[in-house]
Design a protein around this ligand. Sequence first.
Ligand SMILES: Cc1ncc(COP(=O)(O)O)c(C=O)c1O
Length: 419
Amino acid sequence: MFNIQDSGLSKVLTHATDMVADHAKGVYIYDSKDTEYLDFTSGIGVTSTGHCHPKVVSAIKKQAESLIFGQLNIVVHKPVLELIDRLKNIVPSGLDRFFFSNSGAEAVEASVKLAKRATGRSNIIVFQGSFHGRTHLTMSMTTSKTIYRAQYQPLVPGIFVTPYPYSYYYGWNDDETSSFAIKELERLFKSQTTPEETAAIIIEPVLGEGGYVVPPRGFIKTLREICDKYGILLIADEIQSGFGRTGKYFAVDHEDVAPDIMVMAKGLASGMPLSCIAYKHDLEKNWLPGSHGGTYGGNPVSCAAAVATIDVISNENLVTNAAIRGKQLLEGLKTLKKKNKRIGDVRGLGLMAAVEFVRDNKPDPETTKAVIAEAADRNLLLLSCGTFGNVVRLIPPLIVNEAQIEKALTIFEDALDNL
Ligand SMILES: Cc1ncc(COP(=O)(O)O)c(C=O)c1O
């Protein structure tokens, strides 16, 4: 019997399942016995076009045959130029420069380094519950759970935390929560970091690992106004919410807000390692050549996969599909909430959907864990999130169809009924 603990793989990794994945197609992933699992994790929001989409596979194969690597400090290559052309058409207006790296954390690091150079200021404001990565800087910016930072202290200085407008947690309506969060941000400027020393405010426009929280309508717009008032840069971390996931290309599009810097990864290249920041060109006057970089960023095969990914998202109307199927998923989950007392909240945007479990008005991580295990026993893969580990997130690939959403809802209900 296979045991992950004896495999030699670092024990620092957690495991949602002990499955040895053999192959995958569309919304399904299979083990070596060909057991079929409905994948509502998308590898934490990565395989948006589905596993091994034929167009993406073909682009990867074709690129690997002609140029596997072309280091961007030495040469420029066609796939990266094609990708820039595609990205220019979909990112918010004004963002016309692109820097590529490999992981989400690396791209967040790039956004902070750029913000410091562009403003000459040192400090960064993050939101309570945020997840920005696990490198030393991004860990210091991550406040979703103490496990990410415990015993790694001291952390990088100059990072200040303000409340994310999480209405369900506070028990207030959206207007009250929004006013509170703005008030606390203004208080931060008076008590901990002055606007004049604050380079940027970074926000996940839908909170990911911190609990899949959709901010109240208008909040991101107000944040934009505050940033403009003080000359602070607004960074949108769209690593989990980008590339159609929320039913628009980017979550900031729901409010028609253009950040100064946008951070992208995950859904960008259907699983090939690639991340990117897009920013306004006037920010880079002081980002001197050589003051940032990386060996592998903008790898040609990853860029070719990203070009194919964006083409698939566009040609197969996956952004619209995410909006429609997201509605179906959310409505189904809301119906389940009516029947189940343990469900405290159902929320989401597009195919970024979540169920928060509570017992006696307190977070209920035990039920959350049990539901995920019961669902896995019924061949539906799900993930948890939230500071208290009491939120189940449902993130199917954007190609998911009506019947697959229905099937997932049926399994989820069955899993709940068997607790
Ligand atoms: C919003 C957000 N930012 C940053 C990251 C870090 O990305 P990576 O794990 O690729 O470094 C993640 C990963 O889950 C994320 O969801």
